[in-house]
Ligand binder design. Structure first.
Ligand SMILES: [Zn+2]
Ligand SMILES: [Zn+2]
Length: 406
């Protein structure tokens, strides 16, 4: 056993073996230390080299077998426990955002213009803390713990690239738990809801083509501005009238580009937007409706259209059976922590959905809201409170104990 495990982990052990009521100071200070160190050195999506080196070093010191460079800067730690049993995967994300930090914290970003404004630093701290728990309690556990640190979550690429790199080719977990801090829930609470909780996040780009000309002589043009206006109206009307109101979906335009001057009708107008759906049949319907909207607009004004539709990350659908199992672990092991189990769904995207298409599991929300603080992800003044680290640690360790106890 490496010295680290003998000394520091056995110290953590004493506080943990008695249960989860009181948390050992060692663990609290470890969670804080990791959170602050990572917060100070944020790296953008696909550039998480230092962050990956940090988590890989921590995992190695704990005795994990570590693979780096999995689908970019992805890191996978595997810890086989004493005695055969299932493999449980914990997944967190490593990337930060192009935001200039304004928290004024003494551990604020040292990397100008880059900030952990989505709290991925806290996710890494919680998962590393949970890994320490598994090592410290290895005599009581069986099976294998797999810790996945994925890059590029903010751009929806990391999970897919790790899967393409064969993250599960040698060892496929039977359950996967992803985490995200959630400011809509107060710190000290958890959010665990069965079924869809995020949406597929697709984007589209449409090009409308006509014949340009003088604004005073529209009859000699094929007016692309008129086409664009009609296309937007058509798309909104169709989405509102043809999609099932009982199933969540939304279509929005985010950009319209065309024209150079007030009196010139342009040859081409480009429109871009996003479609969010939860069910694949709604996604297919929205694609059909967009074609219909653009074709009708182009036909009306004698032009043509081209639609490019790109499917993004899939919706996160929490497995009902796994949700029930984990709710059971929470009730038995951390009954004092309130668990919110409804009203958590939104149409944001989270690429843990890619992993959850391969392995039954959930995305668990760890409450990070606090009164009087900025409770908005991606805000330059957003910080994750200490209580969230502790609650997340307790949740993850109770899941480890629930699935992997002898
Ligand atoms: Zn984010
Ligand atoms: Zn995030």
């Amino acid at each position: 056993m490496p010295e680290y495990r003998e000394k520091r982990l056995l110290a953590a052990n004493s506080g943990l073996k008695t249960g989860f009521g009181g948390l050992a100071m060692h663990i609290m200070s470890y969670l804080q230390k990791v959170y602050r160190e990572l917060h100070a050195q944020p790296e953008l999506s696909a550039q998480e080299a230092q962050t990956a080196a940090f988590v890989a070093a921590e995992l190695k010191e704990m005795g994990f077998t570590v693979t780096t460079g999995v689908g970019g800067h992805g890191v996978v730690g595997v810890f086989p426990l004493v005695g055969s049993g299932p493999t449980l995967a914990l997944r967190c994300d490593m990337d930060a955002l192009p935001v200039s930090e304004e928290t004024g914290a003494d551990f604020a970003s040292q990397n100008p213009g880059v900030m952990h404004a989505c709290g991925h630093d806290s996710h890494m701290a919680m998962v590393l803390g949970a890994c320490r728990y598994a090592v410290a309690n290895e005599e009581r556990l069986r099976g294998t713990l797999m810790a996945i640190f994925q890059p590029s979550e903010e751009v929806g690429m990391g999970a897919r690239s790790m899967l393409e790199a064969g993250v599960f080719s040698r060892l496929k977990p039977f359950r996967l738990v992803g985490i995200h801090n959630w400011p809509d829930l107060p710190a000290g609470t958890l959010g665990l809801q069965s079924g869809p909780i995020t949406a597929s996040t697709d984007q589209f780009k449409a090009v409308l083509r006509g014949v340009g000309g003088h604004g005073a002589r529209p009859h000699q043009t094929r007016d692309t501005i008129a086409m664009a206006a009609a296309a937007v109206q058509n798309a909104f009307t169709l989405a509102q009238r043809r999609a099932d109101p009982a199933s969540p979906q939304v279509l929005s335009f985010g950009a319209i580009r065309g024209g150079t001057s007030f009196n010139i009708i342009p040859e081409q107008v480009v429109l871009e937007g996003t479609v969010r759906t939860v069910r694949s049949e709604d996604q297919a319907l929205m694609i059909r409706l967009l074609h219909q909207a653009f074709k009708a607009a182009a036909d009306l004004h004698g032009g043509s259209y081209e639609l490019m539709y790109e499917e993004g990350v899939p919706a996160v659908v929490n497995d009902p059976a796994v949700t029930a199992e984990i709710a059971g672990f929470f009730a038995a092991r951390i009954p004092d922590i309130p668990v919110v189990s409804e009203g958590l769904a939104s149409l944001i995207g989270e690429d843990v959905g890619c992993f959850l298409q391969e392995v039954p599991g959930i995305l668990l929300f760890i409450g990070s809201g606090q009164e009087g603080a900025v409770n908005e992800l991606h805000n330059p003044r957003f910080l994750v409170p200490c209580q969230t680290l502790v609650t997340g640690y307790k949740a993850l360790t109770s899941i480890i104990a629930g699935y992997l106890s002898k």
